[in-house]
Ligand binder design. Structure first.
Ligand code: PAF
Length: 293
């Protein structure tokens, strides 16, 4: 496994690669089992596997969050090696944002301006869009792998990849969860045991919506109320609890196509996000008959 710090060295390493397609997993480090599941998926599908580790300052809305973000490069490199990574791109701040840097990539509309975009401010997705564009253009992978937990980030990235005609396949891998159901996140390490048990109301709320949807509830206000009740019983106040179109992030009133149920909440000092996608409602006619003898 090679570790490179500059775009020039990255390109040189990829020129000499062993062939086949290039799979890319961009991260901010502090690797956990969730990242490993992305690396496994990318490893299985590509001849060369590239991982980036860069804590991107432009996407943090709170300086304290940036300062507290875990930096664990030595452990990350061990995990990367075990996962079969070929090249780790771990640039310093000046390599990504050199003196005079003055270009930002900004996705507009509800996909970037609602939910996370509204809570964290416009700058958050501008920071994500800019660094992901830079990373994609530096690595030029065939496929880039992202986790479904960051559903809005995925939608923003899909938008910019389409709009800027970046020749990469965006692969979305299922949210990786701990045994208790909590979505894996580098931030979970900050939860006290009491906070962690309260945080479990988030996956419980999502399960309640999934169950209600499976039982035939189509009114999104009713589904929202089910999830809100679970959060409220646990004393978790959501920053948002929204049912939206998973591509445009426009609100949806009644389920027909797929619906993304997205939750953000602070538990103690830790901000957590999670989501689930409700499958489209099956039409009563024209679907295969599933019952009967
Ligand atoms: O999801 C992340 O870890 C980051 O937002 C990303 C995509 C690596 C950009 O900094």
């Amino acid at each position: 496994m090679m570790v490179v710090r500059t775009v020039a060295d990255l390109r040189a390493a990829l020129r000499d690669r062993r062939g086949g397609s290039v799979g890319f997993v961009p991260t901010m480090g502090a690797l956990h089992e969730g990242h490993v599941s992305l690396l496994r998926a990318a490893r299985a599908e590509n001849g060369t596997l590239v991982l980036s580790i860069f804590v991107n300052p432009t996407q943090f809305d709170e300086q304290s969050d940036l300062a507290a973000y875990p930096r664990t490069e030595e452990a990350d490199l061990g995990i990367a090696d075990d996962a079969g990574v070929d090249v780790v791109f771990a640039p310093g701040g000046d390599e990504v944002y050199p003196a005079g840097f003055s270009t930002m990539v900004s996705v507009t509309g509800p996909v970037a301006e609602t939910l996370e975009g509204a809570q964290r401010g416009r700058a958050h997705f501008d920071g994500v869009a800019t660094v992901v564009t830079k990373l994609l253009l530096s690595v030029l992978p065939d496929a880039a792998y992202f986790g479904a937990k960051d559903a809005q980030q995925v939608a923003v990235i899909r938008r910019l990849v389409a709009d800027l005609s970046i020749p990469v396949r965006v692969v979305v891998c299922p949210t990786s969860r701990d045994d208790d159901g909590l979505a894996r996140s580098s931030r979970n390490a900050r939860l006290t045991p009491e906070e962690r048990s309260r945080a479990l109301a988030i996956p419980r709320a999502l399960s309640a919506v999934t169950d209600a949807a499976a039982a035939g509830v189509t009114d999104t206000e009713a589904l929202r109320a089910d999830a809100a009740a679970v959060l409220s019983d646990a004393g978790v106040e959501p920053e948002y609890l929204a049912l939206v179109d998973p591509v445009s992030f426009e609100p949806v009133a009644a389920r027909r196509g797929p619906v993304l149920v997205a939750i953000a909440a602070r538990v103690g000092r830790t901000r957590l996000i999670d989501n689930v996608v409700l499958e489209p409602v099956r039409e009563p006619f024209g679907t295969p008959y599933e019952g009967g003898a």
